[in-house]
Write a protein that binds this ligand. Structure first.
Ligand code: GH3
Ligand code: MG
Ligand code: MG
Ligand code: MG
Length: 337
């Protein structure tokens, strides 16, 4: 980023009310206030507003919390009175929020007073992030509560980042970086699971190995970058033609594995033929050039499970590989079983 870009981003972030956080800018945290009545919630908001920086305080009732706490706008933190209308209702609301994806990881501070020792213990036991005074108009109560909320928000931010990076790491480990398809490391254990399931249900699955024809000459003629673009486009066209439950993976340089669970031979054969024809029908256009690269593929198809399929996934894979060799020997651009 140039200095100019940085300045522009900073001023835009300030205009939008985003706060500075190290060198990054983060959106203000949303903090939902849920007291037994609107009046009390409004008093909480008045008391907290001067103490809590970089946060948007939103007054809600129980039902609004449940209906609005969805998606990206879900609050980052909730301050909930332990007793809402009836005793313990705030704790029930917390459990409900914890059971929902959008608020599962929210910070929840439960408002209690000095006479509610047992409720306080139950709140912590049920997963409250912290306890705060239920009367925020008492001396120093708002300052203390604001501090506790800030600590919880900081914790949540770090925990969210950690969860995201773990998820990113898992995704990278199973993904082919060029095409975004599953890689070989993911594909084979997944095929093993599909085969195991087929053993339980008695229903067959189809295994296809698909290999681009004369791909070496694509690289030789158009260059390696164009070859990569062809692989990306072919991967996208294969994936687009398969069901959500099918496995599509790149298992070699220009070789793809497709597994169709719960599928009989006739259906798999039709799908394989369709893949061959759709790829043959339109050349790959290389963006930013006028290059049109014709591609064809050969497909080896084998069945696993069921009454006539291979007894295990290794055998099914070997049979699909052998069928692919036959497809190549028999002139390419077609399916062999
Ligand atoms: P066949 O029809 O028998 O499959 O011929 P082929 O040329 O496709 O097969 P061969 O196995 O001889 O060559 C495969 C080529 O695929 C060689 C290699 O350079 C190319 N290739 C493998 N991975 C990549 C890749 O990631 N990017 C690019 N651009 N080319 C790749
Ligand atoms: Mg080859
Ligand atoms: Mg090839
Ligand atoms: Mg190959």
């Amino acid at each position: 980023e140039s200095d100019e870009e940085l300045r522009l981003r900073e001023s835009t972030c300030r205009e939008l009310g985003f706060a500075e956080h190290g060198t990054q800018f983060v959106r203000p945290a949303r903090v939902a206030l849920i007291a037994p009545s609107r009046d009390v919630s409004a008093a909480w908001k008045r008391a907290l507003t001067p103490c809590l920086r970089n946060s948007e305080l939103v007054v809600m009732n129980r039902d609004e919390a449940l209906s609005e706490a969805t998606g990206h706008t879900a609050p980052d933190a909730f301050v909930i009175a332990a007793d809402l209308g009836r005793p313990g209702e705030g704790l029930r609301l917390m459990s409900e929020l914890r059971s929902r994806a959008a608020t599962r990881h929210a910070a929840v501070c439960i408002g209690v007073n000095a006479t509610m020792r047992e409720t306080a213990a139950v709140a912590l036991d049920l997963g409250a992030s912290d306890l705060v005074p239920s009367d925020l108009t008492a001396p120093r109560a708002a300052e203390e509560t604001a501090l506790r909320i800030e600590v919880q928000l900081k914790r949540k931010r770090i925990a969210d980042q950690l969860r995201d990076s773990v998820a990113d790491g898992l995704r990278l480990a199973v993904t082919d970086p060029l095409t975004g398809l599953y890689n070989r490391r993911y594909a084979l254990p997944h095929l093993a699971r599909i085969a195991k399931r087929a053993g339980e249900t008695g229903r067959p699955y189809a295994v296809m190995v698909l290999d681009l024809d004369h791909f070496k000459s694509v690289n030789d003629t158009y260059g390696h970058a164009a070859g990569d673009a062809v692989l990306v486009d072919v991967a996208r066209r294969i994936a687009r033609n398969m069901r959500e439950t099918d496995l599509v993976a790149r298992i070699g340089g220009e070789e793809f594995l497709i597994v169709m669970p719960e599928t009989v031979l006739e259906d798999a054969h039709r799908v394989a033929e369709r893949l061959c024809t759709t790829l043959d029908a339109r050349p790959v256009e290389i963006a930013g050039t006028d290059q049109q690269i014709p591609v064809t593929v050969s497909i080896g198809l084998a069945m696993g499970g069921g009454e006539t399929g291979a007894p295990d996934f290794e055998t099914a894979l070997v049979r699909a590989d052998m069928a692919l060799l036959e497809a190549k020997a028999g002139g390419r651009n077609h399916v062999t079983i």
